[in-house]
Design a protein around this ligand. Structure first.
Ligand code: NAD
Length: 424
């Protein structure tokens, strides 16, 4: 039997340490006790499973799967499942804790979790992925559940995988349980508005930040790194609100136009060009590094983690950074960014629009009723705006950057809830 060893930790900032350094700083400011520190730091549950899967050629391969529930103090745990060759326990633990803080910041009644399977979905057939996902679901039957731990898509998974989880879980329970996951296909209880929810939340956060800095959106420029789900919807919606999006980028590089990129044309081009902007005309070609250093008002990193580091932070000229991606700014860059007076709307706040609408999906499944898109957008915008105001007010009160303030809001909420309910 071939065994796939999970890939070693990549040579970059350790995501767990990066998250913990911010957590530590906020915990110190809040003055939480050592006991509470340990309760909030140590994951509630960490599960590692071996998943034997029959491949198309008849051979059996064993994959390693993970599920970490960081906290279930606020409610059932929530977090995606990623399929990636580099997935490892440290990363899953960091992402699970991130989910705890993200849900707490936007005040939705969930704890945090994350899952992963070390595999390369690009080299697997749909049938192999389906068997792997079904194996994972069976292995996690006593971990996941609509009132316990609710997975969702992440890197390498989408509505198709969520539908397989619903099916496998429902078989085991002898009834259809569609709220065991969110991010499902619409016909299987998915929610309207989920696809654009994260980009929409990024836009709400950016507009709220502009308001605080007394910036008029109609006289504001933005550069957006990453033109996938989050980046392209943020670009469309910011443009709709009057912002001039002068640069966008994806894995093929950056595209700059001082008088504004035609976002609709860029989206249409990407959709007809195998998902990339490669060859997009109507803009000057620049590099992703150059995009980050543009003299714009708003920079939205919406591609991947660790793109703003202590190597390039000094070159950033934007007045604000709104983090669409998870962990785009490494902890080592925080100080440089802060000393330049750049307002950072941190990931756990700025990209929480997605988990908010996932929560709405779960609520709709529970009540057995579908909300209109208009209702979903209105409620999601309100959640994001309230969260922004809470974090901004905390940053003023403690005289700290918004990233630290977001952690303070989140840790305070989870710690005070724990004090009321006690251990579980
Ligand atoms: P996606 O795969 O749809 O898009 C990623 C985009 O980034 C693509 O355009 C890709 O070409 C580009 N990209 C990849 N590597 C790049 C690089 N080195 N330089 C520049 N561009 C690069 O992914 P997504 O769903 O939009 O997620 C983007 C980020 O947002 C991730 O960090 C993800 O974890 C985070 N996020 C996503 C959601 C969501 O609902 N989709 C929610 C919260 C956070």
């Amino acid at each position: 039997m071939a065994y796939i060893e999970p890939a070693p930790i990549k040579d970059k900032e350790n995501p767990l340490e990066s998250m913990m350094s911010r957590f530590d700083a906020a915990a110190r400011l809040l003055g939480i006790s050592d006991e509470m520190y340990d309760i909030l730091k140590v994951p509630a549950r960490q599960v590692i499973v071996g998943l034997p899967v029959t491949m198309d050629n008849g051979a059996i391969k064993v994959f390693e799967g993970y599920r970490v529930i960081h906290s279930n103090i606020l409610g059932p745990a929530k977090g995606g499942i990623r399929l990636d060759p580099a997935v490892h326990l440290d990363e899953v633990r960091a992402l699970a804790a991130w989910m705890t803080w993200k849900c707490a910041v936007v005040d939705i009644p969930y704890g945090g979790a994350k899952g992963g399977i070390a595999c390369n979905p690009r080299e697997m057939s749909a049938g192999e992925i389906e068997r792997l996902i079904r194996q994972y679901t069976v292995a996690m039957l006593d971990v996941i559940g609509p009132d316990r731990d609710i997975p969702a898509p992440d890197m390498g998974t989408g509505p198709r995988e969520m539908a397989w989880i619903v099916d496998e879980y429902s078989k085991a329970k002898g009834m259809t349980v569609n709220n065991v996951v969110t991010g499902k296909p619409l016909v299987l209880g998915g929610s309207l508005g989920r696809t654009e929810a994260t980009g929409r939340g990024v836009t709400v956060a950016a507009l709220a930040a502009m308001d605080k800095l007394r910036m008029n959106p109609y006289r504001t420029t933005a550069a957006i790194q990453g033109f996938g789900n989050v980046g392209s919807f943020a670009a469309e919606l910011l443009h709709e609100r009057g912002v001039t999006v002068v640069a966008v980028s994806d894995i093929s590089g950056g595209y700059y136009n001082a008088s504004g990129i035609d976002i609709t044309a860029a989206v249409n081009y990407r959709n007809s060009n195998k998902g990339t902007l490669d060859g997009f005309s109507g803009a000057e070609k620049i590099s992703n590094e150059e995009l980050l250093a543009l003299a714009v008002d708003v920079l939205v990193p919406a591609a991947k983690e660790d793109v703003i580091t202590d190597d390039n932070a000094a070159s950033i000229q934007a007045k604000m950074i709104v983090e669409g991606a998870n962990g785009p700014t490494s902890a080592s860059a925080d100080e440089i960014i802060n000393s330049k007076g750049i307002l950072v709307v941190p990931d756990i706040l700025a990209n929480a629009g997605g988990v908010t609408v996932s929560y709405f999906e779960w609520v709709q499944n529970r009540i057995g009723y579908k909300w209109t898109l208009d209702r979903i957008n209105r409620r999601a915008d309100r959640v994001m705006k309230d969260a922004f105001d809470r974090v901004f007010e905390t940053s003023q009160r403690y005289q700290v950057p918004m990233r630290l303030a977001a952690y303070i809001v989140a840790i305070d909420k989870v710690a005070s809830t724990y004090k009321f309910r006690g251990g579980y």
